[in-house]
Design a protein around this ligand. Sequence first.
Ligand SMILES: [Zn+2]
Length: 101
Amino acid sequence: MKSLPYPDQDLRRRALAWAVKLKVNPRVLRVQTMRRKWGSCSSAGTVTLARDLSDREARFQDYVIVHELLHLRYATHGRVFKALMSAYVPGWRAMERQRLA
Ligand SMILES: [Zn+2]
């Protein structure tokens, strides 16, 4: 992924496509350097993705993106949240171990 000329834009595009699919609407979607996390979602609707994600495989990017976008609808990792993760990102539990935070 690093060879792409515009990694930030590519991540943003990917996340926006997921937002449409999940029918959520982040107020702000940004890509920036994050030291301890792959992504975050604020209660105000700002979704932030770590720039380093562009070096990771697409499946892992999807895992982080879907996780953060689902937080726009569900604040906690409850039963519904996990069921939706399984529906959209099969195998997400294995990727959870690669997550830093
Ligand atoms: Zn979470």
